[in-house]
Design a protein around this ligand. Structure first.
Ligand SMILES: *Cc1c(COP(=O)(O)O)cnc(C)c1O
Length: 394
């Protein structure tokens, strides 16, 4: 790669990245510096809920850019208020605080729970989280996460996050003591390999947390905003959590996240929480466009239909190749390969000619699919055909 044109060596190393520079995208397709195109089933890591360069989002961004970028979080602005209203209207929550990343929204949820514990539960601060969970990359959210190895990378950890096992209510009950203030989980573990919490487990958790006067926090950074086929994944279990965090899909590709809470849990006092860019009108205007499109009549029904279609195609492939089936909700799905060939498939798919395919192996033995929520059945067919041709070469 030409250093003068693309000085990639100037970027700090954080992970192995292919020597490609992406230049533009539209819908489900992404283009690189050589003009090669890729069918994108990663979509910025389940971020571009409406695909690349969605017209409504571009319009919102351009319109807002000419009006107001940032009056400071110490003042109200119009898009911030409108988006908050849209989110409370379409959820069980009453209050919204905007943030810039999923990790920051989760930090806010942790702070809010600890504040509530201080006020109403004699200083209780422990938040029960789960093995294989992922809540972000700040020190507190890494400590809350159950990712193997994360307890030692930046030791010492932030204390107060005992780990239970997903879908095992006894493992949660065992950890409850006088210091416990909340239980926090992803309704569908995303980075852990697309593992849904069962409806039964979510209902048991809600009953258990009510019984012990604990808060139930759902991290819907990945599962929320239409990804699971409902606007929020907690709806699938017919429960109402006390706190929810959103990220990824809410911005459709721009940095936006949110912390939502029931009125009686929203106990921040002046100065407790804030941030320079929080609720800035440029990003919340884009978020308003995204949530408006997701809640337009028929859109979520379409996500469920396309999710069912993808599920059927993956099951068919699994039968045909002797894989271990599939799992997930809506358009967050995983194909269980039964052997550690995920990363090999990902690389071959990307390097395919003439068109590439972008897939993710959240774990070595599975492939994760997180296409745009407006992906078409034809694009799903195209992806399946490309995947088959790669499997043929293995
Ligand atoms: C991606 C993710 C986060 C972190 O969000 P960032 O915007 O990367 O900070 C937190 N929780 C879940 C469930 C996620 O998938």
């Amino acid at each position: 790669m030409n250093f003068n044109e693309y000085p990639i060596e100037s970027l700090m190393y954080i992970t192995n990245r292919p020597e490609i520079v992406f230049t533009h995208g539209k819908g489900s397709w992404l283009y690189d510096n050589n003009g090669k195109r890729y069918l994108d089933f990663i979509q910025g890591w389940a971020v571009n809920s409406l695909g690349h360069c969605n017209d409504g989002m571009i319009e919102a961004l351009n319109t807002q850019a000419k009006l107001l970028l940032n009056p400071s979080p110490a003042f109200y602005n119009e898009p911030m208020a409108r988006l908050a209203g849209l989110l409370t209207q379409h959820s069980c929550f009453d209050k919204v605080f905007f943030a810039n990343s999923g990790a920051e929204a989760n930090e806010g949820a942790i702070k809010l729970a600890r504040k509530w514990g201080k006020k109403f539960k004699d200083g209780a601060f422990e938040i029960i989280t789960f093995d294989h969970s992922f809540h972000g990359r700040t020190l507190a959210t890494m400590s809350a996460s159950g990712k193997p190895g994360w307890d030692t990378i930046y030791a010492p950890q932030v204390p107060g996050f005992p780990k239970a096992d997903l879908n095992d209510i006894a493992s949660v009950e065992k950890l409850i003591n006088a210091k416990t203030v909340a239980v926090m989980l992803e309704p569908i573990q995303g980075e852990g390999g697309v593992i849904p919490a069962t409806r039964e487990f979510m209902q048991q958790l809600r009953a258990l947390t009510k019984k012990h006067n604990l808060l139930l926090i759902v991290d819907e950074v990945q599962s929320g905003c239409g990804r699971a086929g409902t606007l929020f994944a907690y709806e699938l279990s017919d429960i109402e959590p006390d706190i929810m965090t959103l990220g990824k899909g809410i911005g459709g590709g721009v940095p936006l996240a949110a912390l939502l809470a029931k009125a009686d849990v929203a106990v921040f006092e002046a100065g407790d929480q804030g941030g320079t860019y929080n609720g800035n009108p440029l990003m919340t205007a884009v978020g308003y466009s995204v949530i408006s499109q997701l809640t337009a009549p028929g859109f979520l029904e379409g996500v469920r239909a396309r999710g069912d279609y993808l599920r059927a195609k993956l099951l068919e492939l699994s039968e045909e190749r002797g894989f271990k089936g599939e799992r997930g909700e809506g358009l967050l799905r995983a194909l269980l390969l039964g052997k550690d060939i995920g990363n090999q498939i990902v690389e071959k798919a990307r390097d395919m000619q003439p068109d590439g395919l972008l897939l993710n192996a959240a774990r070595p033995n599975l492939l994760r699919f997180m296409p745009a929520l407006n992906v078409t059945n034809e694009e799903i067919d195209q992806m399946m055909a490309m995947l088959r041709s790669i499997l043929d070469t293995l």
